[in-house]
Design a binder for this molecule. Sequence first.
Ligand SMILES: Cc1c2[nH]c(c1CCC(=O)O)Cc1[nH]c(c(CCC(=O)O)c1C)Cc1[nH]c(c(CCC(=O)O)c1C)Cc1[nH]c(c(C)c1CCC(=O)O)C2
Length: 356
Amino acid sequence: MSRLQNDTFLRALLRQPTDYTPVWLMRQAGRYLPEYCETRKRAGSFLQLCKSPAMACEVTLQPLARYDLDAAILFSDILTVPDAMGLGLYFAEGEGPRFERPLRDEWEIRNLAVPDPHAELQYVMDAVAEIRSALDGSVPLIGFSGSPWTLACYMVEGGSSDDYRKVKTLAYSRPDLMHHILGVTADAVVAYLNAQIEAGAQAVMVFDSWGGVLSEAAYREFSLRYLERVNAGLIREREGRRVPSIVFTKGGGLWLERIAAIGYDAVGLDWTMDIGRARQLVGDRVALQGNLDPNILFAPPDVVADEARRVLDSYGPHAGHVFNLGHGISQFTPPDHVEVLVDTVHQHSRLIRQGA
Ligand SMILES: Cc1c2[nH]c(c1CCC(=O)O)Cc1[nH]c(c(CCC(=O)O)c1C)Cc1[nH]c(c(CCC(=O)O)c1C)Cc1[nH]c(c(C)c1CCC(=O)O)C2
């Protein structure tokens, strides 16, 4: 395998000095890019796109052809894991993800088993290997998974939810069953991420998109514990390098210090907390990834540049910052504004390091 030419992202995750602040964007491959929409049309559906390693590879590389990004992220979805557990994932047009067989009865929960990543999820591993080979050492490849709690939300609700009524009802009335789902899912996530690492992923990220809907006590019991268990099971080194791990609880700002203490190399931040204050709270115990409000990309380019500089200035000259959005990029984002953002991050972070 060819030597990695740009390891800025991996170094920043390990809080090592870098010449500039590396940047990538959550959902950087997606519907805001016309070339993505074209490939998706050719695939027939989003799920068929995910399940075709060649097309998943193609869309993974699209944002890198346009922008000077410092990392690629596997094109897939967090819901491939419950799909492989037999729940039957589908996307109702314009309505987001759904499961044909959500977890409703106790027997369904008791029957839940860890899928073999080299059986039902082999298409993901094939995509990882194909992307690694296509990247040819240009930038590192990020693998990912949903967190046990976030996956359980979809598995019990049967799709997206406004109030999380079904999953919270289960958690509060049958915590034994909730813990059973979370335990099996945590083991599934560990096996899935380790298979991605073995297939070539050079860093991994766990998306806890719905951790922030819990109370602090419930977050600790139903999400944080399992995030910790996932990290403890990960392969730490591969190809002679550490494989850094990132955890992202959307809405987790209030619990930042606890999240920083569970062993991940980096913590993702949504846009609500000032990143300089976050850095004061965690010191140099973890790297931070974030945290521009994705909606800033709708403002004129000079505002985008100002707001990017504000995030960089607030973090300051310390090592350990990976620039990103505070959540996934919107499908309505003007692609030109993304270029302004990426270039501003690189230019301004070089100036900060020169003490300007
Ligand atoms: C909650 C969640 C999901 N998926 C994911 C999360 C966690 C991150 C978050 O909080 O946003 C993670 C995800 N989904 C996707 C990626 C790809 C990698 C990347 O570029 O970051 C990643 C990392 C592609 C996708 N996943 C999805 C799309 C849009 C599908 C399409 O092309 O129609 C993409 C590009 C579909 C998806 N998948 C999911 C939803 C709710 C939706 C519908 C969203 C929508 O319609 O805007 C579940």
